[in-house]
Write a protein that binds this ligand. Structure first.
Ligand SMILES: Nc1nc2c(ncn2[C@@H]2O[C@H](COP(=O)(O)OP(=O)(O)OP(=O)(O)O)[C@@H](O)[C@H]2O)c(=O)[nH]1
Ligand SMILES: [Mg+2]
Length: 403
């Protein structure tokens, strides 16, 4: 079964490129994230290779010289898999596999593998399996090369091609079957969401590992799995939360990531409907992460892809307890102030001053500023509630007047 297949990466090598679009610093950040993904999937990164190249080699992604270097290292260091930060075309994957004779995994394959490991409910598993088969379909030729290598090429072309065709048909049938299953599930989920009645719906969204589930647990006294790995949450949890006397529904769902594989966005349609149908988004950000601004951009991009960019949103900057910044000595007149030197106060000014959006700074772990959080959410939810039910206006006093 595909869904259960968890690849034992063990010792892995990472490969990334430095180009016009991503300078050395960006490339390092991306590889840091890829290393975290590898670790989440159960692998240990032994070495990173980078190459300055603007247009990836159409055959092998990186250049021939660099590939020889990698090959040498793979052979003499017992490397089980080579992981690329970018999506490889099926033929690139095949070519590189032939050269290095070990598992070649790209970013998409790695994320799919983590999702497969993490999917607990049959609902999540169906969604992941669908995405995996869609990823597999154009790559079936690669599997065939494998056979070709074992059996030798001459005289094998005829039966070989039939074999690929059979494989393709099996995978296509499987995709069709999973689509049907998803349709049924989608309908059930839509009914379930419909049954939740007229309560205002609030969704926690954000990059993976920012603390959405931790915040959910603190606010709703629920017990959602949270840990310091990527994609701890795949299944959506919905809780009824009451602040003061105002009830609403809060949902915690799958985290986003840069370049989230399109197959996953498609097959997680039903999970993402939770976001699509929410009245209010709480966009949680890990402000202690050096790339948090990129994370915000990635999340906004995905929100755009699922037609949810224009929803009322509260920006929740979490992990203020872990925030650190560089300092400039008073007598240092050379160093220029950059964002790396920003204090929390600087960030507050930037965000609160510049955007029309609501902004909060909290620590879910230390329960810092949770009262601000509650007041803000109460006020916004009340606003939505009384717009919808004007005759309920008198029910909800100002947050300060709640006893
Ligand atoms: N220092 C600090 N760590 C936090 C805070 N909130 C959460 N964390 C930690 O961040 C890690 C990720 O937390 P989760 O709640 O699982 O994050 P998530 O956004 O639900 O992640 P996914 O489900 O993987 O998308 C855990 O190790 C938490 O303990 C915080 O306020 N401060
Ligand atoms: Mg979570």
């Amino acid at each position: 079964m595909l869904e259960k297949k968890s690849i034992a990466y063990e010792r892995a090598v990472l490969i990334g490129i430095i180009s016009k679009e991503q300078d050395e610093a960006k490339s390092k950040e991306y590889l840091d994230e890829l290393e975290f993904l590898t670790y989440t999937a159960g692998g240990e990164v032994v070495k990173r290779f980078t190459q300055k190249i603007d247009i990836p080699n159409p055959k092998t992604f990186i250049g021939t010289g660099k590939m020889e270097e990698v090959e040498e290292f793979v052979k003499s260091n017992d490397i089980g898999s080579v992981i690329f930060d970018d999506e490889l075309s099926p033929s690139q994957q095949k070519n590189i596999e032939r050269l290095l004779r070990c598992k070649i995994i790209d970013r998409t394959g790695l994320i799919l593998d983590i999702f497969a490991q993490r999917a607990k409910t049959s609902y999540a598993r169906t969604q992941v399996e669908l995405a995996q088969y869609q990823y597999l379909l154009p790559r079936l030729t690669g599997l065939w090369t494998h056979l070709e290598r074992q059996r030798g090429g001459i005289g094998m072309r005829g039966p070989g091609e039939t074999e690929i065709e059979t494989d393709r048909r099996i995978v296509r049938d499987k995709i069709a079957l999973l689509r049907k299953k998803m349709e049924t599930i989608d309908k059930q989920m839509a009914v379930q969401r419909g049954n939740r009645g007229a309560l205002v719906r609030v969704a926690l969204v954000g990059y993976t590992n920012v603390g959405k589930s931790t915040l959910m647990n603190v606010i709703s006294k629920s017990d959602v799995f949270a840990e310091n790995k990527l994609f701890a949450t795949l299944d959506t949890t919905v809780r009824k939360v009451v602040i003061g006397n105002l009830p609403f529904l809060l949902s915690d769902t799958v985290g986003f990531i840069r370049k989230l594989p399109t197959q996953l966005v498609d097959s997680f349609k039903s999970t993402l409907d939770e976001v699509r149908e929410a009245d209010l988004l709480l966009h949680v950000v890990d402000i202690s992460h050096p790339n948090f601004e990129d994370h915000i951009a990635s999340v906004n991009q995905i929100l755009g892809e699922i037609n949810s960019a224009d929803k009322p949103t509260v920006m929740v900057f979490n992990k203020i307890d872990a925030y650190t910044h560089e300092t400039i000595d008073n007598d240092d007149l050379v160093t220029e102030k950059t964002k790396a030197h920003y204090t929390l106060e600087d960030w507050k000014k930037t965000w609160m001053g510049s955007s029309a959006e609501d902004v909060l700074f909290i620590s879910a772990i230390n329960k810092e500023n949770l009262d601000d959080f509650k007041r803000k959410v109460y006020n916004v939810v009340r606003e939505i509630h009384i717009t919808r039910f004007p005759y309920n206006n008198f029910l909800y006093p100002d947050y300060e007047d709640l006893s």
